[in-house]
Design a protein around this ligand. Structure first.
Ligand SMILES: C[S@@+](CC[C@H](N)C(=O)[O-])C[C@H]1O[C@@H](n2cnc3c(N)ncnc32)[C@H](O)[C@@H]1O
Length: 221
């Protein structure tokens, strides 16, 4: 795989077999900031007046969501515990070609590349306030004693990977969310809304990232 440019100048990968990009082609960085950082984490931090947050991401991929989140947390003195689930981790070499260093501090970028391979085996301390673990597993095999404040659900689209969006998969991942925890994803469909409601979530349509009218934010009651 090779990185290609999206409309905001930031890069993404194209997955040939799946037939989809890892991020929105309207702007990878824009999408990540809007959907996950702003509509997910920052919303939860404001609601809970919190100084620490734990995040579970489904589909860690290039690490863009983690990097922008870690950078925000470092700059705002927020403690971050981040677990990304990834069935098919990218090589360290490919990850280092994203050029995402231009959106974050030099330290976060350096520490990320230095610890990426190790994070695939165990939880690592990136800085005093930032911990990262990449669970090298398929989502349905993931298990944890931890409970999280925010879920970043960043699977490939339902049309390409329907098994990631079934009520069973959504029930599996949301069991790791704390009460009042927030689940965000870039998409919103009737099936997704029904499944999340059935799981006892309060659901909201939030404005979508450029190129998408709406996205889903769901709060665990
Ligand atoms: C849309 S991409 C994620 C993009 C990523 N968040 C980023 O910032 O680069 C979807 C990711 O889900 C991963 N994936 C596919 N099937 C999976 C499964 N069954 N369990 C866990 N991860 C899976 C893919 O390998 C890919 O990295």
């Amino acid at each position: 795989m090779e990185f290609v440019k999206t409309a905001d100048g930031s890069k993404t990968l194209f997955h040939e077999q799946i037939g989809e990009h890892y991020h929105s082609k309207h702007g990878a960085q824009q999408e990540s900031i809007h959907v996950f950082l702003n509509t997910g984490l920052r919303y939860w931090l404001e609601k809970n007046v919190a100084k620490n947050a734990s995040i579970l991401e489904i589909g860690f991929g290039t690490g863009l969501n983690f990097l922008l989140t870690a950078d925000y947390c470092a700059k705002n003195l927020i403690g971050l515990n981040y677990v990304g689930i990834e069935a098919f981790p990218l090589s360290n070499e490919l990850v280092s070609q994203s050029e995402y260093n231009q959106y974050i501090s030099e330290d976060i970028w350096k520490d990320f590349l230095l610890n990426y391979t190790e994070a695939l085996n165990s939880k690592i301390k990136l800085t005093d306030n930032i911990h990262l673990e990449i669970a090298h597993q398929k989502v349905m095999e993931f298990n944890s004693l931890e409970q999280f404040d925010v879920i970043y659900f960043d699977a490939f689209a339902e049309i390409h990977q329907p098994e990631m969006w079934t009520p069973e998969t959504l029930a599996h991942v949301t069991q790791f969310l704390k009460p009042n925890g927030v689940f965000v994803t870039y998409a919103i469909t009737g099936n997704l809304k029904r499944a999340m409601k059935a799981l006892g979530f309060s659901i909201e349509k939030a404005p979508g990232a450029p190129g998408k009218r709406e996205m889903l934010r769901a709060t665990k009651l």
